[in-house]
Design a protein around this ligand. Structure first.
Ligand code: NAD
Length: 284
């Protein structure tokens, strides 16, 4: 396939590199002038999108996505599939779908889970929203860049799934940090708590796979000085998106709201640049 790839940052560059490796003809563009080995370089986003079978975007936020779509949608070839893998607000995702539809393009919102490691290894999980036809056209590319793609529903469903998952993750990580910090003060060893919780009703990914205490459970950022991993700033971004979405449909998310406050304080202070599991240091 001829593929345009716009936004070659920490995530986009390795994703584009995997498409090149799989034999696709990739043309990239990034405002920062980043290039990917084996991909052609376009002089603008519109040039990267013009004449391609598929156009993938991996951008920082919804405002940038809307601005880029205003440029690239008119340049798209009728019938091409536009796949946005950025994490953005649900409204911007739906606006991007509307712009694409008005131009006769297929479109998918497909944010990812798996981080930079998953992007490099080609093991991302894609959460996709859009028509069956759009998803079917994008699926072979998801297979190259990831290990799993879930078609969650219509336009915006991918972003909705992503922010619900990450709101739950933010809450569960804070809960995990609280439990381990409390155990410490009660004189209970972290290893004992892990052995109990990881096989009991409190078990969750934050405990079993990503324990915030060094030396406990499988290797995690805690064992590496809390170097991200999943940066606290990115968790805060996703929590803010969850609160924006909750507000737009009058959903009650009191724990999500509190998690957003706590990560806001954390990122404004000692949490800047650290993995989101370093929250345990604050709660200690
Ligand atoms: P990044 O900042 O490294 O990359 C974004 C890239 O977009 C940059 O290279 C930037 O120059 C480029 N860009 C900005 N405006 C542009 C424009 N108008 N035209 C072309 N290029 C433009 O960010 P990232 O870590 O690669 O994340 C990208 C997206 O993926 C974000 O929405 C993020 O929330 C999401 N995400 C990131 C991770 C992660 O672990 N990094 C995990 C899951 C999801």
């Amino acid at each position: 396939m001829k593929i345009g790839f716009i936004g070659l940052g920490n995530m986009g560059a390795p994703m584009a590199a995997n498409l090149v490796k799989a034999g696709h003809e990739v043309t990239g563009f990034d405002v920062a002038g980043v290039t990917v080995e084996g991909a052609a370089n376009a002089g603008s986003a519109a040039e990267a999108a013009s004449g391609r079978d598929a156009v993938i975007t991996m951008l920082p936020d919804g405002a940038i996505l809307r601005a880029v779509y205003a440029d690239i949608v008119p340049a798209g070839t009728k019938g091409a599939v536009f796949i946005d893998c950025s994490t953005v607000d649900v409204e911007s995702a739906r606006a991007a779908h509307d712009m694409a539809a008005a131009q006769g393009l297929l479109s998918v919102d497909a944010p990812v889970s798996g981080g930079v490691g998953g992007a490099s290894a080609g093991t991302l999980t894609f959460m996709a929203g859009g028509s069956d036809e759009s998803f079917a056209r994008a699926a072979p590319l998801f297979e190259i860049m990831g290990q799993k793609a879930v078609h969650c529903g219509d336009a915006g469903a991918g972003q909705s799934a992503k922010i619900c998952n990450n709101m739950l993750l933010g809450i569960s990580m804070i809960g995990t940090c609280e439990a381990f910090a409390l155990a410490e003060k009660l004189g209970l060893s972290a290893q004992s708590l892990f052995d109990v919780v990881s096989t009991s009703s409190g078990s969750c990914w934050s405990v079993n796979t990503y324990c915030p205490v060094p030396g406990i459970g499988p290797q995690s950022p805690a064992d590496n000085g809390y170097k991200p991993g999943f940066a606290a700033e990115l968790m805060l971004k996703d929590l803010k998106l969850s609160q924006q979405a909750a507000g737009s449909v009058s959903a009650q998310t009191p724990m999500g709201a509190r998690a957003t406050e706590l990560y806001n304080q954390f990122v404004a202070g000692e949490g800047k640049g650290k993995d989101f599991s370093a929250m345990i240091e604050r709660l200690r």
